[in-house]
Design a protein. Structure first.
Length: 1144
């Protein structure tokens, strides 16, 4: 029945497309005569490609008298103050030109900015946006800083074949080499040979061709622009410079002049721009208004070469820009292009193949033949791709199954050796390696408001509202008896005292979660800590210890005392409930470094607890801390009572031994002088402990360098973004509309991050550079708007420009680059990166008996949520979907409302359960293999490189991420519990210290507005030696992320289908590409997989036969063959399914 409906729908759509094609053809000729000054044209989309601003030299020659290392900004092509000002003015120009089209304020739904992964292009984009979107009075979050952070997204260099015209491609490189050996180039060389020889002599360049002219021009041109501070060689006269400039301009016309080079350079950029215009014209992209590329001169040259308009007089100066406007008139769409070369006036680009404005249909047709189905295959990065496989299979089909089987096995071996997805994340770098194939960015651009790039599917929530007391003094009621892991013992000067608060989490739930963890953690062996008092009796055999106990007038031997260290410091724990086990009691005290053992005393017959137990420590300082901090805290369902254990006074052997030792010291006990002796015996050790504590407090209260066992060498930080709007919502929530968008940073969030930047500046004033330096500072963020904006706001305070850095007297701000990796490929910071294996393990965690027991214990609350939220509420995982919008509304209750059924008690219980749920995110050791492990390894590798003097200049490396990122890291450190849920702008500080050639690691956690407190690791003292720290994590990382996650098959099918769509449809439609977008095709595969693949598998049985139903390493062969069959049979099947998807 369904199949017949689909056939009927298919036929109707084919008829519709046929009529549409006839209609478009009939009006095509008339559309060419429309002029651009017609007021009936309506602007729908602006796309811009600009070159970065003025920079320092990127290249140099050996005999240059001007040392490029003397450039204050850095020698590697860094943006200068002039470059920042140029881009700021370009942004103001765009504002003036599109004042009536662009919104007055930034909106993530309307604006998207993409940059190459270079400091100068990211900084240029930031400066441009500062001029384009200057905050209004309502948008100002800081009265003294008229600037707002706007995210700029980037892709790692060698993955970026959309904007980076130097991305690795052997065939493109070979084609370019052929250009420089062409007869035309050699003739120019011969004509100017005398001058080239002169330049060789003056520059010291042994080999100098027309291609190398940039190496001479670049440093001289930069020095000429900044001649007030830099030296131009004395042999460079105006005449010589003009000749160098002329030869350089001529060389640029050859960079991308042949079809072979243009096939690899700029083709993906053209098709991204075309696809975006098609999506806009079809109505699939309803909101986007402005899409900008911040790139290089090569990018603009490649685009102009594809348009067949580039000449030597058009070389893009700094801040040159190409504008691509999508216009509409009477339901038809047109493309109009403009070019502004540096400071010159904007001029329209007259195309040879189409009169301006050019119809979108003609514009698309012009470039239909340049699309590359498979970048890696075309560049020979993978020698045998699907196309080669199909050709080889075709040749062997008549040879029988045996030859085909051999061919398939050979192909699998080749792909295995050239896996495009293997080792995607480089060890220790935190960056994606160059050999990873990346889907063009436009294909990831969603088409609806609910799927904006800024929006993350991650829950990544904020905990209790009490932690926002810095901005909201009123806090919700809290449970005073709930345990708190940290107390601020540092009390540093200069750190503001944070408001005291306790976590909204019931202790019985905390300990129920703690008790679920079955993975054993290493404990300190008491055998290694045991000491011998009598060292003189080495020759005598030791007598077996007899632990005689006395009570009630009886004496007996208690063998259980042999399990305890005889010289420990022991606490008596009273009021223990029957649910408290040895493991649960141990976990409650394991945070103290010298913790030895915990024991719950139980009845031998019934095995029920007797209501008390003991906890043992080796260090008296930990003993005192535990007695002070844990007394009255919940363990299980009750608060425990602590006091010093008097077990030694009941052990006859211990008492006799103590008396003998006292007698040797001349301390004889008598009733007559008991009062005097009491003063001496009891106060002397107490005074000693007080002295120890005072010394420890003096050490801890100093500066960063004073409190550390050495000199600070490297600081790495992980912070959570600032306050945001809800990232998700429940269906029946009456308050769903937020002006900022979904999961976007608020003004409060910007201010929180700004304050965090000030905190870092104050704390590390003597360590961090005063001014931003690209060699000393690197910032990495997830590819999400709120984390990018948080990083920018943080850096605005951390590196405030001084008088020398000021480029605008009215704006005390400087752009600092923040680098990103696409979310789906970011297994370092994105703990929800696509990984089926991890997702399966996480589902098991949510359905475990421990998690479900919490749901069952709170069934009344879950039933209330089912009735009022519209969610099934079957697992603890779903509590975050309810908590997030309620929590955000409570913070912003002046503008947003909370449903009437959410009373204070209900809200507190929801908060409590959410905090408990966070302990399940990365609790399983199997899940931690995928989540957080790469971040830990990345941090360790960077510390190792710093210790090995590899990254000698690097001082500060920051990760701007989410609560899940911090939780994953803390779980790996084995310190996380439900009282530590990272609030907005929380931060983890990881310091690498050096003392006498040895390196140590010490870490601090600052939860929101609270003071930073040290993280006490159970496997290593504070500070921990780098060697021991690394050794503890040596086995945590999977060898291959993508193979371990099982990503090869499905992901490659989506990519191959999208890439081959145009090639397949062109075979059917005489070279006319399909009207569907690649992004839509990818969505089809993801959303309609069960329905769509049912048809595919049916056809595959006929095409492949049962013998062919086998999966390769990177894709399912028969599914792909079936997909090819459908494409050849129905050229527009993807459009039909797409239409069905969006209509339904």
């Amino acid at each position: 029945m369904h199949f017949n409906c689909e056939i009927r729908f298919l036929m109707q759509c084919i008829l519709f497309l046929f009529l549409l094609f006839i209609t478009a053809s009939s009006v095509h000729d008339d559309l060419q005569s429309i002029a651009t000054d017609d007021e009936s044209f309506k602007l729908h989309l602006v796309q811009a490609i600009w070159r970065h601003g003025d920079r320092t030299p990127a290249l140099n020659f050996s005999l240059n008298p001007d040392d490029i290392a003397s450039w204050a900004e850095g020698p590697d092509g860094e943006l200068t103050k002039l470059g920042i000002l140029q881009q700021f003015r370009l942004g103001e120009y765009l504002r003036n030109r599109y004042q009536d089209f662009l919104p007055n304020h930034y909106s993530s739904n309307l604006i998207y900015v993409r940059s190459t992964d270079y400091n100068r292009t990211i900084m240029s984009a930031l400066a441009n946006l500062a001029g384009l979107f200057q905050p209004s009075a309502e948008e100002k979050w800081n009265e003294n800083l008229p600037w707002q952070p706007i995210p700029v997204h980037s892709v790692p260099k060698n993955m970026d074949y959309v904007l980076n015209m130097e991305a690795d491609c052997p065939l493109a490189k070979k084609a370019q080499e052929n250009i420089w050996q062409s007869a035309e180039v050699l003739a120019i060389m011969k004509e100017n040979q005398q001058f080239i020889d002169f330049l060789k002599n003056k520059t010291g360049l042994e080999f100098l061709t027309l291609h190398d002219m940039v190496r001479v021009f670049d440093p001289i041109n930069c020095a000429k622009i900044h001649s007030d501070h830099h030296v131009i060689p004395d042999w460079v006269t105006e005449e010589i410079f003009e000749k160098i400039h002329t030869l350089f301009n001529i060389s640029t016309t050859f960079w991308m002049s042949t079809p072979e080079v243009k096939k690899f350079r700029g083709s993906y950029l053209i098709w991204e721009i075309v696809d975006r215009m098609k999506a806009k014209s079809s109505g699939m992209e309803k909101h986007l208004k402005f899409y900008a590329y911040s790139a290089h001169d090569l990018t603009l040259i490649a685009f102009l070469n594809h348009l067949e308009v580039y000449s030597k007089s058009m070389f893009p100066a700094y801040c040159s820009i190409i504008l691509i406007e999508l216009l509409e008139k009477d339901g038809q769409y047109f493309v109009q292009l403009f070019y502004k070369n540096g400071s010159t006036e904007l001029e329209p680009l007259e195309l040879n193949f189409c009169k301006s404005p050019c119809s979108l249909f003609d514009f698309e047709q012009k470039f239909s033949g340049i699309y590359i189905p498979d970048w890696k295959d075309a560049c020979k990065l993978i020698q045998h791709s699907v196309e080669n496989l199909l050709v080889r299979i075709e040749k062997t089909m008549s040879s029988g199954g045996k030859s085909f089987q051999v061919e398939m096995e050979n192909f699998e071996k080749e792909i295995a050796a050239q896996n495009a997805r293997s080792q995607a994340i480089g060890s220790g770098s935190g960056r994606v390696q160059a050999n990873l194939q990346f889907l063009p960015h436009s294909l990831q651009r969603p088409f609806s408001n609910a799927q904006t790039p800024a929006q993350s599917k991650s829950t990544m929530f904020n905990p209790t509202p009490a932690v926002n007391q810095y901005y909201h003094q009123s806090a919700a009621a809290v449970i005073e008896a709930a345990p708190s892991r940290y107390t601020d013992v540092l009390n540093r000067a200069g750190e503001a005292d944070a408001a005291k608060f306790t976590s909204q989490v019931l202790p019985q739930d905390v300990n129920l979660v703690k008790s679920r963890r079955t993975e054993s953690r290493p404990t300190t062996s008491t055998a290694t800590l045991a000491t011998t008092f009598n060292s003189s009796s080495k020759s005598k055999a030791k007598k077996p210890a007899r632990n005689l106990r006395t009570a009630g007038g009886c004496v007996w031997e208690d063998l259980s005392l042999n399990e305890w260290d005889p010289d420990d410091f022991r606490l008596f724990c009273g009021d223990l409930g029957n649910e408290v086990s040895d493991e649960l009691l141990s976990k409650a005290f394991r945070k103290y470094p010298s913790f030895l053992k915990a024991k719950v005393v139980r009845d031998k017959r019934s095995n029920k607890t007797k209501g008390y137990g003991f906890v043992s420590f080796k260090d008296p300082q930990d003993f005192i801390r535990a007695l002070r901090e844990m007394d009255g805290k919940y363990v299980g369902n009750r608060p425990i009572k602590l006091r010093k254990s008097s077990w030694k006074d009941r052990n006859l052997d211990a008492v006799r031994k103590k008396c003998k030792e006292k007698q040797k010291l001349g301390l004889r006990i008598s009733l007559a002088n008991s009062a005097e002796f009491g003063m001496k015996f009891h106060w002397v050790p107490f005074i000693g402990l007080v002295i120890i504590l005072m010394l420890n407090n003096n050490i801890c209260s100093g500066t960063v360098v004073q409190q550390s066992p050495g000199e600070l060498r490297l600081l790495q930080v992980i912070w959570r973004h600032g306050d945001r709007t809800p990232a998700m919502n429940f269906p029946l929530n009456p308050d769903k509309v937020w002006s900022e968008g979904t999961g976007e940073l608020t003004k409060l969030g910007i201010l929180q991050q700004y304050e965090l930047g000030r905190f870092l500046r104050h704390r590390y004033e003597n360590f961090l550079p005063k001014n931003y330096s690209s060699h000393e500072v690197f910032i990495r963020s997830t590819d999400v708007n709120r984390t990018l904006m948080s990083a920018l706001a943080n850096l605005a305070a951390l590196f405030e420009p001084n008088s020398d850095d000021m480029w605008n007297k009215n704006l005390s701000w400087q752009p600092i680059p923040v680098h990103t990796v696409p979310r789906d490929l970011d297994n370092v910071l994105n703990l929800e990166a696509k990984c089926p294996a991890a997702e399966k393990l996480q589902i098991e965690v949510w359905h475990s008996s421990e998690a479900m027991s919490i749901v069952k214990a709170n069934e009344a609350l879950f039933e209330l949520l089912r009735l009022n939220t519209g969610l099934p509420m079957n697992t603890l995982e779903e509590i975050s979907t309810v908590y997030d919008p309620l929590h955000c509304a409570k913070i912003h209750e002046d503008k947003h409302s909370i449903p009437h059924w959410v009373t204070d008690e209900v809200y507190e219980n929801i908060t409590r359960l959410f905090n408990i749920s966070t302990t399940f995110w990365c609790s399983s050791e199997k899940v931690k293999k995928f989540r957080g492990s790469y971040l830990v390894v990345d941090i360790i590798e960077r510390m190792k490189r710093k210790a090995g003097y590899v990254d000698e200049n690097l001082k500060f490396y920051a990760y701007s991420a989410h609560d899940e990122t911090l939780i994953g890291f803390l779980e790996h450190m084995r310190v996380y519990d439900a009282t530590m849920v990272p609030t907005y702008a929380s931060i983890i500080l990881i310091e690498l210290l050096e003392l006498r050639g040895k390196y140590y690691v010490q870490m601090y956690f600052k939860n929101g507005n609270n003071s930073a407190v040290p993280l006490q690791l159970e496997f290593c003292p504070h500070p921990c030696s780098l060697e021991k720290f690394e050794k503890n994590f040596k086995d945590i990382t999977p060898l291959d992320w993508f193979s371990a996650c099982g990503l090869q098959s499905m992901e490659t099918i989506a990519w191959k289908t999208c890439s081959w769509r145009r090639w397949l449809s062109s075979l059917v439609n005489d070279g006319q590409p399909s009207m569907c977008s690649c992004r839509a095709m990818q969505q089809i595969l993801e959303k309609q997989k069960p329905r769509f693949y049912l048809i595919i598998n049916t056809v595959s049985l006929k095409i492949c036969g049962c013998a062919f139903q086998r999966k390769l390493r990177i894709f399912n062969f028969c599914e792909y063959m079936s997909l090819l069959f459908i494409r050849f049979a129905v050229a527009y099947a993807d459009c039909l399914i797409q239409q069905f998807t969006f209509n339904s």
